[in-house]
Design a protein around this ligand. Structure first.
Ligand SMILES: Cc1cc2nc3c(=O)[nH]c(=O)nc-3n(C[C@H](O)[C@H](O)[C@H](O)COP(=O)(O)OP(=O)(O)OC[C@H]3O[C@@H](n4cnc5c(N)ncnc54)[C@H](O)[C@@H]3O)c2cc1C
Length: 222
C-alpha cells in the first residue's frame, strides 16, 4: 500500500484527493494509531488532504485476522477494555457500535498451563488460598503487598510485579500477562508505557490488592 485517503476502512480501496486551500497531512503507518490520527484530522478539519503511508500491502498493522475452515482467527488483538471510553467512542464514531461483541462471561475465567494442566487463575480469596499455583511463602508475600511502598521511577512489568508481589509471583504471572496483552517481553516492556492504569493505581491507591478488594466490595454493593 502506498497512499490512502483517510477515512477509508482498514484494508479498503485507496485514492488520494487533492483539495487546494485545505491542510495537507501525511500519516506514516496504517495501524490503528495512524488510522485514528487520520480520522481525527479529518473530523477536526473536513476537507483536509490526508495521506496515510503504509509499508505493508494491507492496513491494520498488528490488527489482523485469518480465516480458515469457517473460523476467524485473530492474529493480534481480540478485544479492548471499554471501562475507559476512548476506544469505544472511536468505534461508535466509525459506525462500528452495533458490530461490537461483548466478551462471553466464560472469558472471565483465566487459566495458566502448568505441567500440562490448565490451572485457573485464583481471582477470589478462597480460590487463592486453595490454589496450587503458589506455595505458602509466595502466598504470604502476595498478602504483604499493601506494605510495599510506591515506585520511584519507571520499571519493567517483571520488576514491578517482583517488587509488589514477590519474585515467585512475578515469575509465574509476568510472561502470561504481557504475552496475553501485547505479545511483548515482560523483562523489557515498561509497565508505565504498556499498563499506565496499573501504575496510576499504585500511585493513587498505594496497594493494588486493597484497590481490587475495594472494587469487589463496591461491585457487590451495587
Ligand atoms: C499478539 C498481540 C495481541 C494483542 N492483543 C491486544 C488486545 O487484545 N487488546 C489491545 O488493546 N491490544 C492488544 N495488542 C496490542 C495492539 O495490537 C497494539 O497496541 C496496536 O495494534 C498497535 O497499533 P499501532 O498502530 O500503534 O502499531 P502497529 O499496529 O504496529 O502499526 C504500525 C504500522 O506502521 C507501519 N509502518 C511502520 N513504519 C513505517 C514506515 N516507515 N513507512 C510506512 N509504514 C510503516 C507498519 O507496517 C504497521 O502497519 C496486542 C498485540 C499483539 C501483538
Amino acid at each position: 500500500m502506498t497512499g490512502a485517503t483517510a477515512g477509508t476502512p482498514p484494508g479498503g480501496a485507496m485514492t488520494g484527493t487533492a483539495t487546494s486551500g485545505h491542510p495537507r497531512v501525511a500519516v506514516v503507518g496504517a495501524g490503528i494509531t495512524g488510522l485514528t490520527a487520520a480520522f481525527e484530522v479529518l473530523s477536526a478539519r473536513p476537507g483536509a488532504e490526508v495521506t496515510v503511508l503504509e509499508a505493508e500491502p494491507v492496513a491494520g498493522g498488528k490488527i489482523a485476522r485469518h480465516r480458515a475452515d469457517g473460523y476467524t482467527v485473530d492474529l493480534g488483538p481480540n478485544g479492548f477494555l471499554d471501562n475507559g471510553t476512548d476506544t469505544r467512542t472511536l468505534a461508535e464514531a466509525l459506525g462500528l457500535g452495533p458490530r461490537l461483541r461483548p466478551a462471553a462471561d466464560a472469558a472471565r475465567d483465566r487459566f495458566l498451563l502448568r505441567g500440562g494442566r490448565l490451572l485457573p487463575l485464583p481471582l477470589g480469596a478462597a480460590a487463592f488460598a486453595a490454589s496450587p499455583l503458589l506455595g505458602p511463602a509466595a502466598k504470604a508475600r502476595v498478602l504483604a503487598e499493601p506494605l510495599v511502598g510506591r515506585a520511584r521511577g519507571e520499571e519493567t512489568v517483571h520488576a514491578f510485579l517482583a517488587r509488589r508481589f514477590g519474585h515467585r509471583t512475578a515469575a509465574l504471572l509476568a510472561a502470561p500477562l504481557v504475552h496475553g496483552v501485547t505479545s511483548g517481553d515482560p523483562w523489557t516492556t515498561s509497565l508505565d508505557a504498556a499498563f499506565p492504569r496499573v501504575r496510576a493505581l499504585e500511585r493513587d491507591r498505594g496497594s493494588l490488592l486493597l484497590a481490587a478488594l475495594r472494587g469487589r466490595l463496591l461491585r457487590a454493593a451495587g
